[in-house]
Design a protein around this ligand. Structure first.
Ligand SMILES: [Fe+2]
Length: 257
């Protein structure tokens, strides 16, 4: 087996610069050639502006997350909890006019081609509204995979974040939806996948390490795997407290809930 190249998928950085810098170093270490960001660069964390700057450097495409959408779409504020609302205020203080314009123009979905396969990028789901829907159980996975199968675009996989929990669902045509090991998957022919790459800056699966996904193109197959990285979460906790954000946001980085 020889590796041809690797593609990175990062999501839900959530203003956590310490986590992002750790992931950025790992992207380089892993030899990632292209990187895609699945949204929620801002929100919750203390460094939305610095994270947006970094992600704009790192990522070839940035998808709009619900936290980006809520910057301009005020009708979304009713869906946000207090933690999201107070961190939105912090983001509005930090972001420049150029940042705000950039955020407003982010796509809700994109399709990229890798080795002849069409791969969708979305924040929450392949079903619209892409930035808001979750793929949180078999029923929603079924709905997403149905939508992918019905698309004229012959989508093989949709990469998402939003849940902050790594998860893979997939199915062969006319078979039931199955969940797969979220840490490693070899792509099978005629199979559709919904792949949640977890969260860089606010994991919620009881594992506080930063998460992101890699698609490794090999000579004879395509392998997906998840990276988990220890980072200095205490540095981000201190910044959260110093910024006057709720202490729960700091606690969350340690306990990953
Ligand atoms: Fe998020």
């Amino acid at each position: 087996m020889a590796i041809k190249y690797k593609v990175g998928f990062i999501s839900d950085v959530h203003g956590n610069l310490s986590a992002l810098e750790t992931v950025k170093a790992d992207l380089k270490f892993q030899g990632i050639e292209m990187c895609y960001c699945l949204g929620d660069v801002i929100g919750y964390g203390p460094d939305p502006r610095a994270c947006l700057d970094e992600v704009r450097e790192i990522a070839d495409v940035i998808i709009m997350g619900n936290h980006e959408a809520a910057i301009h779409q005020l009708d979304l504020l009713k869906y946000m909890n207090n933690l999201a609302l107070v961190s939105r205020e912090l983001a509005l203080k930090q972001l420049t006019t150029d940042d705000l314009d950039f955020i407003e123009k982010l796509p809700e979905i994109d399709i990229i081609e890798i080795e002849g396969l069409n791969i969708a990028l979305a924040h929450g789901s392949f079903r619209p509204p892409h930035a808001l829907n979750y793929v949180e159980n078999f029923g929603y996975a079924q709905a997403d995979l149905d939508k992918m199968a019905a698309s004229d675009l012959a989508i093989t996989a949709c990469f998402i974040g939003h849940m902050h929990i790594p998860k893979i669902y997939g199915r062969r045509s006319n078979q039931n939806v199955t969940s797969f090991d979220p840490e490693e998957l070899i792509f099978q022919k005629d199979c559709l996948y919904s792949i949640n790459v977890g969260s860089v800056g606010q994991p919620r699966d009881s594992d506080n390490r930063a998460a992101y996904g890699i698609l490794q193109i090999e000579t004879d197959q395509i392998r997906y795997y998840l990276r988990r990285l220890n980072y200095d979460y205490q540095a981000t906790q201190k910044k959260i407290i110093a910024a006057g954000l709720p202490a729960l946001l700091a606690q969350r980085l340690k306990d990953a809930f």
